[in-house]
Ligand binder design. Structure first.
Ligand SMILES: Cc1cc2nc3c(=O)[nH]c(=O)nc-3n(C[C@H](O)[C@H](O)[C@H](O)COP(=O)(O)O)c2cc1C
Length: 190
């Protein structure tokens, strides 16, 4: 498929059917992620897959409680909770910090740049996965609100790395609309 067409066609999906995601489709989505660009060949990502719907609901309840506890306005809380509640699979995305652990020994400026590079590479891997999912007709939503309770989620999942995103997946019941693109975001210096 035309890549630009795919990029424009992808939109956040918040309503999913009950159809499960096959292992073959999941493998392709993860492959798209792990073939993302990475700083100095470090691949600082880890993907934790949750297929158990009961566990997804348990995590969702933990996130909802946390967001209520910190007085998150409902207009910010509900889209996350409702999307996760009906999703069929989660990809929890982690930063293993393999690069920054080494760079820590160098100067502070270098460390700050390395931190940004790790997050940037992981964001690129996420976008790759969203696009491959779209290519396979699978809907996705990129969530960061669950990060408010990443310690609790890590404890539950017995993971020690730093969570940077949760992706919800499922076959779309309905698709979201893209917002119009902002003007003047490109500056050409000639
Ligand atoms: C870094 C990032 C974090 C996001 N976090 C959340 C979130 O916590 N909850 C949520 O409902 N949507 C979240 N979204 C999804 C956005 O709301 C969604 O991408 C936006 O509505 C634009 O829709 P589009 O993807 O169809 O262009 C996030 C998106 C990005 C890129």
């Amino acid at each position: 498929m035309d890549v630009l067409k795919l990029i424009k066609q992808r939109s956040t999906t918040r309503h999913y059917t009950n159809k499960p995601i096959s292992q073959t489709a999941l493998k392709k989505i993860l492959e798209a992620g792990i073939w993302g660009p990475a700083l100095h060949h470090f691949q600082p990502w880890k993907f934790v897959i949750i297929k158990d719907v009961a566990l997804i609901k348990k995590i969702n309840r933990m996130v909802e409680k946390k967001l209520e506890d910190i007085n998150t306005p409902t207009f910010l809380l509900y889209p996350t909770i409702k999307t996760m509640a009906n999703s069929k699979l989660l990809i929890c995305v982690y930063n293993t910090k393999d690069f920054t652990r080494i760079i820590e020994r160098f100067n502070k400026e270098y460390f700050k740049k390395a931190e940004l590079a790790e997050i940037s590479a992981i964001a690129a891997a996420i976008q790759n996965m969203l696009l491959e999912a779209e290519n396979l007709g699978i809907g996705t939503c990129w969530l960061d609100m669950p990060l408010f309770c990443r310690e609790e989620i890590n404890k539950l999942l017995k993971i020690k790395d730093e969570m940077v995103a949760v992706l919800t997946l499922g076959y779309p019941l309905s698709k979201g609309k893209r917002s119009p693109r902002k003007k003047n975001t490109v500056v050409t210096i000639s």
